[in-house]
Design a protein. Structure first.
Length: 302
């Protein structure tokens, strides 16, 4: 449902952005069902955590960007609107050559993937990365980032018709069933859920790392064999991006600015966009997202 609201006003350190595109994410679907409320300080009833647009006004002390600049951001909520406010430290410039649909689908998935596989899991050149659920937004980002880092990338994709496109992004693509036989893996990016945990521990290399950032496919609860963790000297960690304090989000985005955005400017990375919808087509956009089978991002164009 689309409703009229008063225009937001940029507070100290904030930017007022005219939203040109806003990516849909699993968090939006959870919020719609009442399972993932917006963090404090974000609009509680306007979803959306991915946006790109033009700066139309700056609040007091905001100095990183100027009116007219093309920017993109990960926000706690409020992206699926015509106007949004965001603190300047939570904003990144849109790289040259990236159009609005791609820009709206870029910030959350590439920041999440970069943070998980490099800042947290410490992926190194020459290591073997496994990406579960690799056809989605974070998955396609992780495959490309692993490729650019000099890692060997294997990806699980359930839908056979999507596998050739993920392979083009730089991964060896396999079916989810029996993935352990393709290991060992130094880093596993888990986007599907607890159903993979036992086989992840079977497939992980000694000193391997399992990064859990999604559970929508097979749920959040599983038994764990601690002897397997101990024997492999493995590490399992989880994270979310949306609820982090501004300071932590800003650090993650500065790293993306330094290490990822130049690769977009060089034409080495892309944001696969499965479909775009107008803001007045929000119901159809959500239905398309929840139906699954999409390669990359669903993006709103307000």
């Amino acid at each position: 449902m689309v409703e009229e609201r008063p225009d937001p006003v940029a507070a100290r350190g904030e930017l007022l952005v005219r939203v040109r595109s806003a990516g849909l994410n699993s968090a939006d679907m959870l919020q719609l069902r009442g399972h993932y409320p917006a963090p404090p300080g974000s609009p509680p009833d306007i979803p959306g955590m991915d946006l790109a647009g033009e700066v139309v006004a700056t609040g007091p002390d905001a100095a990183r960007f100027s009116e007219g600049d093309r920017v993109m951001a990960v926000v706690g909520g409020g992206a699926q609107a015509e106007l949004a406010t965001v603190h300047e430290r939570g904003v990144m410039p849109v790289p040259d050559g990236v159009d609005w649909p791609a820009a709206g689908g870029l910030p959350e998935v590439f920041t999440t993937a970069h943070d998980a596989i490099f800042s947290q899991a410490g992926l190194r050149p020459g290591e073997h990365l496994l990406v579960h659920g690799a056809a989605g937004g974070v998955g396609t980002a992780a495959v490309q980032l692993g490729r650019e880092a000099g890692a060997r990338v294997t990806a699980t994709v359930r839908r056979e018709e999507l596998r050739p496109r993920v392979e083009e992004l730089g991964a060896r693509v396999i079916a989810p069933e029996g993935f352990a036989e393709h290991g060992p893996f130094d880093v596993v990016l888990e986007l599907v859920g607890a159903g993979n945990l036992a086989e992840n521990l079977q497939a992980i290399a000694t000193n391997g790392r399992i990064a859990v950032i999604g559970v929508g496919g097979s749920g959040p609860v599983s038994e764990i064999n601690l002897l397997a963790v101990m024997g492999k000297r493995a590490r399992i960690h989880g994270s979310t991006l949306r609820t982090r304090p501004l300071e932590e989000k800003a650090i993650a985005m500065r790293l993306v600015e330094k290490e990822v955005l130049p690769l977009f400017e060089a034409g080495r990375l892309e944001v696969p966009v499965a479909a775009t919808f107008g803001l007045d087509e929000i119901v159809q956009a959500y239905e398309r997202f929840q139906a699954g089978g999409n390669l990359g991002k669903i993006v709103l164009l307000p």
